[in-house]
Design a protein around this ligand. Structure first.
Ligand SMILES: [Zn+2]
Length: 334
């Protein structure tokens, strides 16, 4: 079964490795969750590669983001026989026809835009097709759930329902829609989610989040959010992180998810929002190794588990890649 994954942190890991002098770590083959060989074994059609920037660690977030973009394109050049960047839906289809996988450039941390629509447009021209508005810190665009309205570190079960998007954030998501960049609400505050809903008209994504009803972590979505996102035609990428799967994550030092918890998430979200709103959002290389889905090559075991859970061909195909392709057709240009 072909697969399209909305979120991974692999490029950041490659850059950290390069900077730390541990030697060259390549996208083609490495010890991380994702490399091109593992993706081939997992039958990937497409992977979103996030340029993740930690605002507290990087003094120059835009410069760091551009280094990530450069590394991404260096890897794309070196590995044209296996993967090529996609900027349009037609690119994904052509890459598939030519027997190579597709890569999509995304940003995780809207702070790299420095609140500038001009920088946003330049990012679009560089190939960015999805932006996660915030990570776990406040930025020019708005607030994450990880902070209280007073700016303190939040209890991981108490969402921020008071502070959402700034005026700049609202202007930027509207420009993203005009350009054809997917707005991603993962990490965003609950208030911010509803601001996105109010101030956009196109489908949007929660690229790596699960359902809060099954695991009460603030990185997950409430039933109401799932319904509203689904009604809009958006997609929620299922996250394999133990913290967002295990309902008792807050009592454990190292919560580990199980395969059946991912299946339960899918069945639950399918019931609330319909199977058309579900995609994959592994969070590979940004999370501890999942005990079952150890890396990209293990994806077929999720497909098997979904068959065993009673889902049909159309539903599984939707979850694995078609819902994401539909989202891109709706939001991207071409
Ligand atoms: Zn993330």
């Amino acid at each position: 079964m072909k697969a399209a994954d909305l979120h991974c942190d692999t490029i950041s890991e490659l850059l950290y490795s390069k900077k730390s002098g541990k030697g060259e770590c390549s996208l083609r083959q490495n010890d991380l969750h994702i490399d091109l060989k593992k993706m081939r074994r997992g039958d990937y059609l497409l992977q979103n590669f996030a340029m993740f920037v930690n605002l507290k660690k990087q003094k120059k977030p835009l410069a760091w983001c551009l280094e990530l973009v450069d590394l991404y394109y260096e890897e794309m050049e070196k590995n044209r026989d296996l993967i090529r960047p996609a900027f349009t839906y037609a690119d994904i289809i052509r890459n598939q026809r030519e027997g190579v996988m597709s890569a999509v450039l995304t940003i995780e941390e809207g702070g790299v835009l420095l609140g500038s629509p001009a920088i946003l447009r330049i990012m679009y021209r560089l190939g960015v097709r999805m932006i996660t508005l915030t990570w776990n810190y406040c930025n020019e665009l708005g607030w994450p759930n990880a902070l209280t309205p007073e700016g303190a570190i939040a209890d991981l079960r108490i969402p921020n329902t008071a502070s959402g998007l700034s005026e700049c954030g609202i202007e930027m998501i509207q420009e993203m829609e005009r350009l054809g960049i997917v707005v991603d609400v993962s990490h965003l505050s609950d208030a911010g989610f509803y601001d996105v809903l109010e101030h956009t008209t196109k489908p949007f994504a929660a690229s790596h989040s699960n359902a809060r009803a099954l695991c009460p972590h603030i990185r997950n979505l409430t039933d109401d959010m799932i319904r509203k996102l689904a009604q809009r035609g958006g997609v929620i990428g299922m996250n394999y992180c133990g913290e967002f799967l295990d309902p008792e994550f807050y009592q454990k030092e190292e919560p580990k998810g199980t395969l059946s918890q991912i299946v339960d998430q899918i069945l639950y979200i399918g019931k609330i929002g319909g199977y058309g709103c579900i995609g994959l959002g592994s969070d590979f290389d940004g999370i501890e190794t999942h005990p079952d889905l150890k890396d990209a090559s293990f994806l077929p075991i999720l497909e098997d588990a979904l068959w065993k859970a009673g889902l049909g061909q159309a539903e599984i195909e939707g979850i694995f890649y078609k819902n994401v392709l539909n989202l891109y057709q709706e939001v991207w240009k071409g």
